[in-house]
Write a protein that binds this ligand. Structure first.
Ligand code: GZL
Length: 324
């Protein structure tokens, strides 16, 4: 029976009229899991489409191998997000030479202007980083602490990742607008909860005083909360904590008063990818524009104006609508 099943599945996959290959970075965060689930669900949910998935475990060499395997397999489309920005030009040109349409999602390669790609969709990381610091600066003003010097620590994502490079750029640019914010620590927690906890534990021993933590994703913020509690401090009060991604666990922490805000960066690219592939199959040219999703800011009370039209929304009011 098992043999028959394998044969049937084998034959069925041979008839899948669209093979979509996805080079995914890894499983480092709730955001990444939600991103994989969104694309997996959308592609597999499409009649006659097959998803060929590779998890690179956050290693660039594994992504390069996967891309070359996809070329050998003769897939119809390749979805790609790079663990880091650099080192992709050679292999992405091989994808171009194989004439396989490339859809860039999430973290963009730094060679975008040197390769061919059929569509691009991802977060505006510089704006997300700017919003993190702007939220903190405006929140401090709203509680009467806009004048006092406040010590800020920036916990960065995976070093060299587009999301880290962009968010750090946005973080530091926004610090200029709030002279009361003083940067006292900056290091990477690699976008994981465990490494965020470890980094916060080391900072609590080595840094005189941290008043605000800017964590470039919610998983690191949640790890930092564990470390703060372990040190006998009160997260959300003794240290103000601003995350990024807006995953469900962050909403739970905000409603519990242990985290103060999170900046949205949606992982739900599945519908975008399916729509793009359908249009490409129909012969449409989708252009080169990097499409950014519209995104929000969520915190304990709402009403904090972060600039660029971003006013925070009360987490408790929308927690039941969260999709990831
Ligand atoms: C952002 C994405 C980042 C998330 C992290 O688009 O690349 O990678 O912010 C994830 O949670 O690890």
């Amino acid at each position: 029976l098992a043999l028959a099943l394998v044969m049937i599945l084998g034959v069925a996959s041979a008839f899948a009229d669209v093979k979509v290959a996805f080079s995914q970075i890894g499983q480092e965060s709730d955001w990444r899991t939600a991103n994989t689930d969104s694309i997996n669900g959308a592609v597999k949910g499409h009649e006659g489409w097959e998803l060929i998935y590779d998890d690179a475990q956050q290693k660039q060499e594994n992504q390069i191998k996967a891309l070359r395997n996809f070329i050998t397999q003769g897939v119809d489309f390749i979805l790609f997000t790079g663990v880091v920005e650099t080192g992709w030009e050679e292999v992405l040109k091989e994808v171009n030479e194989a004439e396989i349409p490339l859809i860039l999602i999430d973290r963009m390669p730094d060679c975008m202007d040197k390769i061919e790609y059929a569509a691009a969709f991802g977060g505006d990381f510089v704006e997300e980083g700017r919003r993190q610091v702007a939220w903190a600066g405006e929140y401090l003003k709203s509680i009467g602490r806009g004048e006092e010097e406040v010590n800020v620590a920036i916990m960065e994502g995976t070093t060299g990742a587009g999301a880290q490079v962009g968010r750090t750029k946005g973080n530091l640019a926004a610090m200029e607008a709030y002279p009361n914010l003083k940067l006292v620590a900056q290091n990477t927690g690699n976008f994981t909860r465990a490494e965020g906890q470890a980094l916060m534990e080391s900072w609590l021993k080595s840094v005189d005083k941290i008043d605000v933590l800017i964590a470039q994703n919610d998983d690191m913020a949640l790890g930092a909360i564990d470390a703060i509690k372990g040190a006998g401090l009160v997260p959300g009060k003794d240290i103000i904590i601003v995350g990024c991604d807006s995953v469900k666990a962050a909403f739970d922490a905000i409603v519990a008063g242990e985290m103060n805000a999170t900046i949205e960066c949606t992982p739900l690219y599945g519908p975008f990818v399916v729509d793009a592939i359908e249009k490409l199959i129909a012969g449409e040219d989708l252009g080169k524009e990097l499409i950014h999703p519209v995104e929000g800011v969520y915190d304990i009370d709402g009403g904090i104006d972060c600039g660029n039209g971003a006013v925070s929304v009360k987490a408790a009011d929308v927690i039941n609508e969260r999709q990831y």
